[in-house]
Design a protein around this ligand. Structure first.
Ligand code: SF4
Length: 308
């Protein structure tokens, strides 16, 4: 069986930075270090950090006094920052700089008196963080249908921002619907879908031309991994999300001559290797990488972790 690996796939710069923040904090301050929410949406990553002494919590009330606390890559609401400050917790903020950029755009639009619309998935931590960062009401839309149901005068000044990990196509349709509905609408110059999401989505499209089945390595709660699987399905290739090799189902591959593998931005390469190993247990495989975009983006770490 031929196996094609998408390029790029797996870790993005925001995820690399977030994991490094926890690792360096553990080295500098010693365990335990508390992390609010999964640092990135991947069980393997979370379990490895737990072994090194990270403790994951969903609520700051679970963090003891004075304990070093890390906010996850998805960002947090202002109220969470304020609670940490009120409790005097030493905080390291691992929010991806591209998510912070969306927060700042939202704040700018609200300060200019515009009604703010966020295109995103209800309940996702990034969406909750963004809604809780901007000082004003935020209207969340998840579909073109939601746009039709928005109860705002069509000549109201509005602006939109988007979750960083959506599918480029879905967002395009929703933005088009917003622009058709509102006469005075503004949006970011460059859309907020982040570079890593866009690159992984176009790589999965390229991959789909070569293969009969696509395996997306990623967690069930990872937004960008789910979008990769959806894109594969939309272009007509049977696509499955697997956390690791143990989730591979040989029935999926019965008639497949070529299998494509990609990985969400929070999935480490070791899990891609694990899936390849699982394929090898079914039969001989030859692995090649599909040529794609090279990424060389790096985000700076917080100053307290780089000094001294
Ligand atoms: S997927 Fe994009 S926005 Fe999210 S952490 Fe990675 S680089 Fe940042």
């Amino acid at each position: 069986m031929e196996v094609f690996l998408a390029q790029p796939r797996g870790f993005c710069a925001g995820v690399v930075r977030a994991i490094e923040i926890v690792e360096r904090a553990l080295q500098k301050y010693g365990p335990p270090v508390y992390v609010r929410h999964e640092i990135v949406h991947n069980k393997y990553v979370v379990e490895s950090l737990k072994k090194k002494g990270a403790i994951f919590v969903e609520d700051l009330s679970e963090v003891p006094a004075k304990a070093v606390t890390v906010f996850s890559a998805h960002g947090v609401a202002k109220s969470v920052e304020e609670e940490a400050e009120a409790r005097d917790l030493p905080v390291l903020n691992a929010t991806c700089p591209l998510v912070t950029k969306v927060h700042n755009q939202g704040k700018r639009y609200i300060s200019r008196g515009r009604a703010l619309i966020l295109i995103g998935h209800a309940g996702h931590p990034e969406v909750e963080g963004t809604m809780g960062q901007v000082p004003g009401p935020v209207l969340l839309v998840q579909s073109v249908q939601d746009v039709a149901e928005l109860r705002l005068p069509t000549d109201a000044p509005v602006a939109y921002i988007t979750q960083t990990t959506l599918s480029v196509d879905d967002t395009r349709d929703i933005i088009a619907a917003l622009q058709a509905k509102f006469t005075d609408i503004q949006g970011p110059d460059i859309r907020d879908i982040c570079y890593a999401t866009q690159n992984r989505q176009s790589a999965v499209r390229d991959l789909s031309k070569l293969v009969d089945v696509i395996l997306v390595v990623g967690a069930a709660n990872s937004s960008n991994s789910n979008r990769l699987r959806e894109i594969g399905t939309e272009v007509g290739v049977a696509s499955y999300l697997v956390a690791d090799g143990s989730e591979l189902n040989s029935d999926w591959l019965k008639d497949a001559k070529a299998v494509g593998i990609t990985a969400g931005a929070s999935a480490p390469e070791v899990l891609v290797d694990d899936v390849i190993e699982a394929l090898r247990r079914i039969g001989p495989v030859s692995v090649s990488v599909v040529p794609g975009r090279e990424e060389n983006i790096e985000f700076r770490l917080p100053a307290e972790l780089t000094a001294g």
